[in-house]
Design a protein around this ligand. Structure first.
Ligand SMILES: [Zn+2]
Ligand SMILES: [Zn+2]
Length: 353
């Protein structure tokens, strides 16, 4: 089956052609359909900000590395026991690219993100088909299109970020980074009752998008004094919740300074291995009692992400669509930052439904 994959390890942004990572379309064997498995004919798979990190070899360097974990499609076949959630052939679905086994110690302790078998079903979804365990598959609501449905996984990340903020209604919230996760986190926090809701983002189009979808304020961290603006917006107190969705080593440095006393700061992105952030233990943890945390993957978040999907504004995140065979071009457009999200159409969708 045709699958988008990393075919050479390296930064996709490398200026020297010889060092640059490569994305291509390869033929990979289809996984056999186990008795509890679901085979999905993939409609759409979105490019994630983490995909270029995979090209750099973050999770391994044996190529080809199949890509795609933000997937929607139509159920093509069910194993004989894969019916416990009422799935049927022809259902429009999306899902969690990870299967949490439910059996290992972390799973039994309510910490599925640390499942010891988390990779067993992590299969590339930017592909003609993907075969998952039935526990990974969710039927899409009627009102959600297959194109919007491929955003279930990033929405689940926004839900998990929201969980980790432990927000209370009325808390002042800042989101740093107006990529897909930042935009979705902003919308989710808005529904959670966030106030002074602020998007910090250097690209004007992304600030404008945030203003259309719930932000009360925007800060341009390059053109404005971020610390000063944050103080103005929060009456000199700072934000109760600060979310980084930028993954930018430059952007994250200033975030502790705009956090209020007792605030929670979530580093909700991927960061370069070995990157260290200066932390003033006396100022940040003793005097201001900040809680710092991060987000790896999104356990326990998919059912609620599914509930939220029809209520989110996803139109502007589903405008750039490329066919599977044009994946290399799609990644170039992704890296250009011209669209908040780039989506790969893995099959002729009209024939699926
Ligand atoms: Zn992702
Ligand atoms: Zn487990």
């Amino acid at each position: 089956m045709r699958t988008v994959a990393v075919t050479r390890i390296g930064s996709l942004r490398a200026t020297d052609e010889g060092d640059r990572g490569r994305i291509g379309v390869v033929d990979l064997p289809e996984h056999p359909l186990g008795p509890e498995d679901v085979r999905i004919r993939v409609a759409y798979a979105a490019i994630c900000g983490s995909d270029p990190h995979l090209a750099e070899g973050f999770f391994g360097t044996d190529v080809p590395i199949g890509l795609g974990h933000e997937v929607s499609g139509v159920v093509e076949a069910l194993g004989e026991r894969a019916t416990r959630n009422g799935l049927r052939v022809g259902d429009r679905v999306a899902g969690n690219f990870l299967r949490f086994c439910g059996t290992c110690r972390p799973c039994q302790e309510g910490r599925q993100q640390f499942c010891e078998h988390i990779q067993d079903y992590n299969r590339p979804g930017m592909s003609e088909t993907v075969t998952w365990h039935e526990s990974q598959v969710y039927r899409l609501p009627e009102s959600v299109t297959l194109l919007q449905g491929c955003l279930l996984e990033p929405v689940s990340v926004a839900v998990r970020i929201a969980d980790k903020t432990r927000i209370r209604v009325g808390d002042r919230v800042a989101v740093c980074g107006g990529g897909p996760i930042g935009q979705l986190a902003l919308q989710v926090m808005s529904r959670y009752g966030a106030t002074s809701l602020t998007m910090i983002e250097p690209i004007a189009e992304r600030r404008a998008l945030a203003l259309r979808t719930g932000a009360e304020h925007v800060i341009d961290p390059v053109g404005e004094d971020q610390g000063q603006r944050a103080l103005e917006i929060t009456q000199g107190r700072g934000y109760d919740v600060v979310i980084d969705a930028s993954g930018s080593t430059r952007a994250v440095r200033g975030l502790l300074d705009i956090a209020a006393k007792g605030a929670t700061v979530i580093y909700g992105a991927m960061y370069p291995t070995g990157f260290e952030l200066p932390l003033d233990l006396s100022e940040h943890l003793y005097l201001r009692e900040l809680t710092l945390t991060g987000v790896f993957v999104s356990p326990y978040a998919f059912p609620r992400a599914l509930q939220l999907l029809p209520h989110l504004q996803l139109e502007e995140m589903t405008q750039a669509v490329f066919d599977l065979e044009d994946a290399e071009r799609a990644f170039e457009v992704h890296l250009s930052g011209r669209f908040p999200k780039v989506v790969i159409r893995c099959n002729a969708v009209e024939e699926l439904v």
